[in-house]
Design a protein around this ligand. Structure first.
Ligand code: SF4
Length: 173
């Protein structure tokens, strides 16, 4: 028989559930992107992609295909470049996984994954729709300037309290 709650017992506190495939809760993910947006409402990519993108346009006389299959069928165009073109040129909510996004997604627990495709699929599933178009810009910029490869600058990170990384860094002495 189930034990009865005694007067004075505290109600059981449930731990908020993590979104499957991530180390964060729904509220943490939403808050992360709300902060990215508040900090930089209209992010511009500092394109690592300038070359493939320019080349692609110059290759095809400015007539760049709009669908993934046709883009990836072009010589030298992989999934990442196709995602960049779809996002930057056509405003699609695609996320191109470069080294910065891969690292930030893994460190924060937003989208842990061993391969870029795994990370992309999780990001696609968990990022709120309204943030998707800008998400890759925010994540790249965050990785490039704050969550740096060799040593993340956690002490000045705006999403520090939301991040699941175990070895957060303190301010330099
Ligand atoms: S707290 Fe540190 S590890 Fe986490 S996102 Fe910020 S800089 Fe990166």
């Amino acid at each position: 028989m189930a034990a009865r709650a005694k007067a004075g017992d505290r109600p059981e506190r449930r731990k908020p559930r993590k979104v499957p495939g991530t180390k964060l809760t729904r509220a943490q993910i939403d808050e992360m992107f709300a902060r990215f947006e508040a900090h930089d409402p209209d992010p511009k990519t500092e394109l690592d992609y300038d070359d493939p993108f320019t080349l692609l346009v110059a290759e095809h006389g400015g007539k760049v295909p709009r669908c993934r299959e046709d883009l990836e069928a072009l010589p030298g165009v992989g999934r990442k470049t196709a995602n960049v073109v779809l996002n930057v040129a056509f405003g699609e909510p695609t996320i191109a996984i470069d080294t910065h996004i891969f690292r930030v997604s893994n460190r924060t627990g937003l989208a842990p994954g061993k391969t870029p495709l795994m990370v992309e699929e999780t990001l696609d599933r968990v990022i709120p729709e309204r943030y998707k178009h800008n998400a890759h810009h925010w994540l790249i910029l965050h990785g490039r300037y704050v969550c740096k490869a060799r040593k993340p600058e956690c002490w000045r990170c705006g999403i520090r309290d939301l991040c699941a990384f175990d070895s957060k860094t303190g301010a330099p002495a």
